[in-house]
Each structure stands twice: as structure tokens, then as C-alpha cells.
Design a binder for this molecule. Sequence first.
Ligand code: GLU
Length: 319
Amino acid sequence: MSFRGRFAPSPTGRIHLGNARSALLGWLQARAAGGRFLLRIEDLDRARCRPAFLEDLYRDLTWLGLDWDEPPLVQSERGDLYRDALERLERLGRVYPCFCTRAEIARAASAPHGLGDEGPRYPGTCALLPREVREERARTRPPAMRFQPLPGAWCFEDGLHGPVCQDVATLVGDFVVRRNDGVASYQLAVVVDDVASGITDVLRGDDLLGSTPRQLQLYQALGAPPPRFWHVPLVLGEDGKRLAKREGAFAVAELRERGLPVERVLGVLAAWSGLGDGSPVTLAELVRRFEPGALPRAPVVAREALLREALGWEPAPRG
Ligand code: GLU
């Protein structure tokens, strides 16, 4: 199958240089492979997404020169597909309605925490509710739907991290595939969309490494072959904090609006990707330099001296 990669941002803020680096690497990987590069807007979290962020996102990618080959998929318009997938999982007997509140799950949890993004391991409280109880409870509270993962370690070979294994059933437990507001969860939507788009290679930040075994279980249940995964180590500030958590000076839109030459920004992104020393560079030159084997396998530190020199960045005064 010919290469198909994607960038799947959530427009919940202005994209920062860390996001731009993931987009750049995915784009370079696709271009170097002579494949296609797609854009998907992950806007299921309606409360946090804003049209202005989406406009900035398109402008930022265009400014950086990162083009995409097909009309972008927008998750908020794809509810029918997620519903179909959920019905398939229901027919397989792998999902059930869950009426628990967050507080109830926290109280019932045997272990203090499972995976950060899902909260504590779900103890399975609603898995065995008799039908009458389900019907009764559905009258007062719309349920979420949970998927029952298969037991045992789920392993895959990550392009950068090597073999990765996780026992999803023990660590995460039954996980949400449809939230109780009726919207598909990230885990389900990302799998349905990557399958529908025929994605062969998922390159993304390694903050999502822990989600991949859950997604692999969904691929298996839906009878679709999974893509290859490349989880790129994140960029950290000199203080060891993730770039995403730092002040807005790293927003691409801000650099663009300041009239900074784009080659300088590309130079910084290249330095964080094992593709350069931080000096200005063009996209065409980066396609020539790109080598999947040279992608960083450990967190990269955003050196403040480089940010100052290349981007005119000044640390915010403390206090
Ligand atoms: N929308 C997710 C994010 O912005 C990325 C999803 C993915 O690449 O699988 O963190």
C-alpha cells in the first residue's frame, strides 16, 4: 500500500512550535516516501474548540508550507460513521452502557490511578447490570458506552520506541467509546477515521503512546489492520516542562504575525528533529535531508539561546 500519513490537530488553542514539529515530521515523512499527507480536524471537544483557532491552524500550516492532499476531514461532521462503528461493537457484544459519574468511579477504584487521560482504572461497575436496571437508570441519566478490551498484554513495534506492550484490561479497564453526551470518544473516532482514510503511518507525539494499545484493540475488534506508529518524543523547555505548557510566545500564529521569516522557524523545528543546527532552512532542503532513522528517540530540549537568536524570543519576566 502506498504511504498515507496525517496530521490530526485539535483546534483548542493556537498551535505551538511543538505541534508544528509533529506536523512537519509527518509531512516530511509522507513527502520523502512519495506518499500522501492528510489533515483531520479533531474537534469533538466542542466546548474547547473555537473557529478562530481553526482559522489560525489553516493559516499557520499554509505559512509553513505544509500542504495536504485531500479535503480535511472534520470529526464533528462524522457522527454517523462513529455511530456505525459503535453499532458493530454492540453487535459483537463488546460494549455496554455505563451510568457511573466520575466521582463514583474515583470512589470505587481499587488502584489510585490507571492511565492519566482516563482517570483511575474503571472497575467494571456497570458491566453486569441487569437489563431492567439499565432501563431504569437510563431514564434519569444518559449513559456513556464502554468497550471491553481483551485480556493480556497488547504489543506493537513502534518506529521510534521499538516494542511497546500494555495490558489494557488491567491498566485501563473498560474504556469509553461514546461519551454520555452522545459524542464518540477520541479513542474510537481516531481509529474509525484512520481506517476510513487508509492511513498507513501515524506519526504523533509520544504523549499518545499510552493510548495506542487501546486503539489496537479497537482495530482488532473492527477487523481493520492497524497502521505503523511513530511516536515522536516531545520537545521540553530547559525547565523540563512540555512546550505545550509554556507561555504563548511559542504560538506559530504569533511568529507569523510578527513577520518572522518562515525559514527561521523551520530552522528551529529542524534542530529539534535531528535535521539541522538551527540555522534557517527551506522546506525543500528538509525533504532532501529527511531520514526516518535520524528522528529523535529521546525528549528534545528547546535551548533558550536558539529561541532567542532565531525567533527573537525573550523569557517572560518572573514574578
Ligand atoms: N487530536 C490529537 C491531539 O491533538 C492527536 C490525535 C492523533 O494524532 O492521534 O493531541
